[in-house]
Write a protein that binds this ligand. Structure first.
Ligand code: SF4
Length: 161
């Protein structure tokens, strides 16, 4: 007989603090509500009934960055917008996560060579956790990226930053 057998009621679950907190964080991501260009249309489609981002607990798009912990950089970041994107990121609650959606947010996209106005990737101004390539990526790709982010969150520890 094991040491803890018959010592607890049947509805008791024993787990680690890391597992419990990460479970909550991974399954209730609140994205900040903004879009930068064409990729944002696919992000909006992902929120609608056909793709239903609510299945992953990430449907609560917040109009205020202070209420959000996920930034989906959906679209082209111009040099003029870069400081605003950084400001929105800085206003978000900790712990916070970033997904670069589409070629523009990943690396400048179709503008990478011949535009003087476009930033060559979101990671030049803010830290990015997940990159989703495509021009634009389909909603399935955004959901795949979200699942990858959830996996990353589950591996984090509250003891280490
Ligand atoms: S990656 Fe393509 S679809 Fe997305 S914002 Fe850039 S140009 Fe538009």
């Amino acid at each position: 007989m094991s040491l803890i057998e018959n010592r607890f009621n049947k509805n008791l679950i024993v787990t680690s603090a890391d597992y419990f907190i990460n479970w909550g964080r991974a399954n209730s991501l609140w994205p900040v509500s903004f879009g930068l260009a064409c990729c944002a249309i696919e992000m909006m489609a992902t929120g609608m009934a056909r793709y239903d981002i609510a299945r992953f607990g990430a449907e609560a798009f917040r109009p205020s960055p202070r209420q959000a912990d996920l930034m989906i950089v959906a679209g082209t970041i111009t040099h003029k917008m870069a400081s605003r994107v950084k400001l929105i990121y800085e206003q978000m609650s900790e712990p916070k996560y970033v997904m670069a959606m589409g070629s523009c947010a990943c690396s400048g996209g179709p503008f990478v060579k011949h535009s003087y106005a476009v930033l060559k990737g979101a990671d030049l101004v803010i830290p990015v956790d997940v990159y989703i390539p495509g021009c634009p990526p389909r909603p399935e790709a955004l959901l795949e990226g979200l699942m990858k982010l959830q996996k990353l969150i589950r591996q984090k520890s509250i003891a280490k930053k």
